[in-house]
Write a protein that binds this ligand. Sequence first.
Ligand code: NAP
Length: 381
Amino acid sequence: MLSISPTISRFSNLSDCQSLNPGRYSRHSLPHLWAPPPPPPPHLRNTKTLRLRHSFRISAIDAAQPFDYESKLSDHIAKSKTLKIAIVGFGNFGQFLAKTLVRQGHTVLAHSRTDYSAVAADIGVSFYSNADDLCEEHPEVILLCTSILSTDKVLRSLPLQRLKRSTLFVDVLSVKEFAKDLFLQILPLDFDILCTHPMFGPESGKNSWKDLPFVYDKVRIGGDESRVSRCEKFLDSFAREGCIMKEMTCAEHDQHAAESQFITHTVGRILEKLDLDSTPINTKGYERLLDLVENTSSDSFELYYGLFMYNKNAMEQLERLDLAFESLKKELFGHLHEVLRKQLFGTKERSMGVLQKPKALSKLPPNGNTPSLPPPSDSSN
Ligand code: NAP
């Protein structure tokens, strides 16, 4: 940036500029400064009073100014990495995501049933109580963070006609086939659809998202470059935090999630009912159980209920858990019976061939097979 100034004169010539910042100033970037200086007019040629430092002169200001081309260009590149994202459902999880998105430089707007204006202002999010006002801001991405149970109602109530035609819809619901079907059913064909599930929450991801899985399914992303790049920019918000990015179909997700996440939440909630306390002799395993209770109980019951209601694989897992518990009890009681019978009948029964060693109960059949209890052990009769 060049200017003429009587007061600011940091560099008296180009070589000064180059020695201070050789990368920035070059023969190519400032070619006009490399022309030899014009000779002074004849009447001044022999005048000793020509001292540049006492007169107006060309000087260089090091910092790029907001109005010069270089600045505008870098501003544009920086901005193009960010998105205007509207979070719909600004509860526990919506706020959790917003903090990171704001830190990354995205423009984040929010709308929710409850008035979260104050919380939003603290995080750096613009809150809109009215969905029409939110949509008229023309966000590039609508990020649905509503409860599983309310998503249908909330999505149908959004004034979609006020959005730009190519808006990208993203959800973070913990059940994916349901979200995908709903989007495909309700959203006009012009809208893009990305179904995602960050496999972490405000507890497990409170310090960092590094190495935490992020599942996504590009259900419908238009072919043109701007749409593809918008989707990639959104995914990059998680990738750059260190998430393990897993692309899979919504159906695959639901199968895996029922076997892992639903079981975890269920066990956490069962243990919560036991009202477990910390003891002076906690083992590492017990500490982990207490952590599990804390982790799962901080999520709303509505979320857990949604995992059960809207994942068709959840019921099977609940039955398997029940069967596994019954099977374990039978195994324990089988051993107990043997001890009791030994005490009651001594060796007489063994010699008569009545007492048999209890059979170890087999494991449950793998997921997907019809669950059935293993045959009861003779000794348990
Ligand atoms: P949640 O209880 O599942 O959902 C709370 C959100 O749903 C709030 O924004 C709430 O709005 C909204 N909501 C509930 N009932 C509503 C209704 N009848 N009408 C309009 N809005 C309603 O708890 P969450 O933890 O924040 O989860 C949000 C979503 O993120 C869920 O779909 C969940 O599956 C997903 N998710 C959660 C986690 C997690 O660890 N928590 C992790 C991954 C994905 P108001 O607050 O305005 O009432």
